[in-house]
Design a binder for this molecule. Structure first.
Ligand code: IVH
Length: 678
């Protein structure tokens, strides 16, 4: 069938447009048309190609996922070997690398390009007259696998280079990788489909590219950054690595936006340090920095030794993942009784420090990993986060391991463990302060700097005090004597005296510190400060109703209940009076006088319900309080007004029943406008 010229032209035009859009969307991450517009153009091209088979070209955007599944990958011989890089693990090795280059080429300062070393897999793309004809893995550097049909599914790889007058033949090399987000989403899909999860983004990227069915690869969130050339047949080529990156970008290939020209080894190291700091905030994994001599002719004269070029160096970051063996699984009891399982590990150097414990988060996590004592595991420590177990290397599991049984009793006080939170994920010891582990944590919190600030009362001493039974509750701290303390391990007479002095000094405190030190669930420093300012005295706080407590900006129903319940417990009241008897004191202050009778809403009690368009509830609360109103959490016959936003709760119904005056958002805004104007 002859193809009408109009159809031929239209198809070419559509292809060019779609390639442009693709580039803006996937490479620049800055789309210039809507998804619907893109789909419309693509569908038009698909229809044209369906009518005239001759119009289908290898580089047509319709051909990204067309290919049939393969039964195996063909071999590809790399004309120019795909080299690997020499590694440096510290700054001195980088300094040596730079010195050797300077000696060989006899210059004072070498210009380098510093690029992130993206943690994916190296891929070669072959373009003939601008059209992608082959994609191959690195393999052993000499022979790789033909993964053309898979590479074509990666949207940031152009099927045709942008612009024109392309080299007759050009092989572009770079790294195919997966973003952290893409990796997490993929693993979620894998797990809900009952499939195996991937260990890390690099394995996921490699596994995805080695799918025989390109439809599977197409579903994987792969990307690519290009950084080098292989075999080329071209008239003009850039003269430096930096210009090469710019040229690749002009052709529509994605390059790392973080590559930088640097002069001399000092700037190399400065770049490295900057990237170490940025590393965890990048969207994709990088495992080091690659320094490359910028001038391509210098690169050529420096040449390569064995498998690695002399002109480039990979300066590795400290590994964030290592394998080690689990020696034991134990559970820890926190201040509020929360039980956290931890893995005790054969010590291993990871993320720049030696790690011998990793958190296992909760019972569900142990079950998910099926972690057992004796297992070999991959541990991860990224940035300052607590080390965690990523996976269990099941292949290396000894034959005798047993499934871990989560305890049903607290390992410390043997009280029952109760479960709370969604799906019973949070395990908690029900022993309260009867549990010595909770008591220890409670004492540590009480003594801490932002609480009672008891200098010299460290964790080790507290552990001993509880273990030998010298201290049952926080008030007991204040009856300790020098003689008693001097009997403890690692506490000389002098330190014992210092500690007694510190305890004495800490007695003179402030109400906000004291409240924080009590360790009421969810009462942090800020809330403690607000309570102290608002009520002025401990008695007023202890006598406050839940409703009253909720009139504070930061206190919602849960925290109000926590505070109220805390002060209802007789043992808490006893400890508080014991503390006061032993001399703990603070200046009482006048409650902050909001309800001064001069303010327009003083004496009025107001309740807010539903959401307001114009402001968050907290803002509404503060503005009303500034006008002298008392803002409470529930409606009663004492309530003067209820302000009703969108989707109000039962408070509106109650107000109606009690006949309390209700204001909608509009009326409320009017009221504010009137009262707030000077
Ligand atoms: S240059 C001869 N640049 O690191 C030059 N490699 O350890 C060879 N890699 O196989 C590679 N980011 O898979 C180069 N910006 C980058 C890189 C990079 C990641 C990988 C690549 C290579 C391996 C060598």
């Amino acid at each position: 069938m002859t193809v009408p010229t109009r159809a031929r032209q239209r198809a070419a035009d559509l292809r060019a447009q779609l390639n442009q859009h693709n580039y803006h969307y996937y490479v620049l991450d800055d789309p210039i048309v809507s998804d619907t517009e893109y789909d419309r153009l693509l569908r038009e091209l698909q229809n044209l190609e369906a009518s005239y088979k001759e119009l289908v070209t290898a580089d047509s955007p319709t051909q990204r996922v067309g290919a049939e599944p393969l039964s195996y990958f063909k071999e590809v011989k790399h004309k120019v070997p795909m080299l690997s890089l020499s590694n440096a693990f510290d700054e001195n090795e980088v300094i040596t690398f730079d010195r050797r280059i300077r000696e060989r080429i006899d210059v004072d300062v070498v210009e380098y390009v510093a690029e992130p070393k993206v943690d994916g897999l190296a891929i070669s793309l072959l373009y003939e007259r601008g059209v992608l004809v082959r994609g191959a893995t690195r393999g052993d550097g000499m022979t790789g696998e033909d993964v053309t049909q898979n590479v074509k599914t990666i949207r940031s790889i152009p099927l045709r280079l942008l612009g024109n007058r392309h080299p007759r033949l050009i092989e572009v090399r770079g790294e195919v990788f997966m973003t952290h987000q893409g990796f997490i989403a993929l693993n979620k899909r894998q797990s809900s489909a009952g499939l195996k999860e991937f260990v890390n983004p690099r394995n996921a990227a490699a596994g995805s590219l080695r799918q025989l069915d390109p439809k599977l690869t197409a579903e994987r969130p792969l990307r690519m950054f290009c950084y080098a050339l292989g075999d080329v047949d071209a008239r003009h080529l850039p003269e430096s690595q930096f210009e090469l990156l710019q040229q690749l970008s002009v052709w529509g290939l994605a390059v790392s936006p973080l590559a930088q020209l640097v002069k001399g080894v000092e700037q190399c190291l400065a770049y490295y340090r900057k990237m170490v700091a940025q590393r965890t905030s990048l969207a994709y994994p990088i495992d080091g920095i690659v320094y490359k001599v910028n001038s391509l002719s210098l690169q050529k004269s420096l040449g390569a030794v064995s498998r690695a070029p002399r002109w480039a160096l990979a300066h590795k970051f400290p590994a964030q993942e290592e394998t080690t063996v689990v020696k034991a699984i134990e559970v820890q009891v926190g201040r509020t009784g929360a039980i956290t399982p931890v893995a005790r590990l054969e010590p291993v150097f990871v993320g720049g420090v030696t790690v011998s414990n990793a958190t296992l988060h909760n019972r569900a996590e142990i079950e998910r990993l099926d972690l057992r004592v004796g297992d070999t595991v991959v541990v991860r420590r990224a940035g300052d986060v607590i080390p965690e177990v990523v996976t269990v290397v099941k292949k290396r599991r000894p034959r005798t391991t047993k499934r871990f049984k989560f305890p049903i009793r607290c390992p410390v006080c043997h009280s029952d463990i109760v479960y709370e939170g969604g799906e019973g994920i949070i395990a908690r010891c029900s022993g309260g302060l009867y549990c010595s582990a909770q008591r220890k944590e409670h004492l540590k919190h009480f003594a801490s700097r932002k609480a009672m600030d008891i200098d010299g009362l460290g964790d080790k001493i507290i552990d001993q005090l509880v273990e030998v039974g010298m201290v049952q509750d926080i008030a007991d701290l204040y009856s300790l004597t020098v003689t008693q303390l001097a009997g403890l391990d690692r506490l000389a007479d002098k330190s014992a005296q210092n500690l007694v002095d510190a305890l004495e000094r800490s007695k003179q405190t402030t109400l906000r510190r004291f409240l924080f030190a009590l360790g009421i669930s969810q009462v942090g420093e800020t809330t403690a400060g607000q309570l102290a300012d608002h009520y002025g005295s401990l008695e007023s706080i202890m006598n406050a109703t839940e409703d009253d407590l909720q009139s504070l900006t930061d206190i919602g129903p849960i925290v109000a209940t926590n505070i109220f319940t805390f002060f209802c417990q007789s043992h808490n009241k006893q400890v508080i009076s014991k503390l006061r008897r032993r001399g703990v004191k603070w200046p009482e202050t006048e409650p902050i006088q909001r309800n001064s009778s001069k303010l327009p809403l003083s004496g009025k009690t107001i309740v807010l319900t539903g959401t307001l368009d114009a402001m968050a509830r907290n803002e509404a609360k503060t503005r009303l309080q500034d006008l002298g109103a008392k803002v409470t959490g529930s409606v009663s016959s004492n309530t003067d007004y209820v302000i009703v936003g969108a989707e109000p709760g039962s408070k509106a119904t109650k107000a109606e029943q009690l006949g309390v005056e209700m204001l909608d958002e509009k009326q409320f805004m009017k009221l504010l406008a009137k009262l707030e104007s000077p």
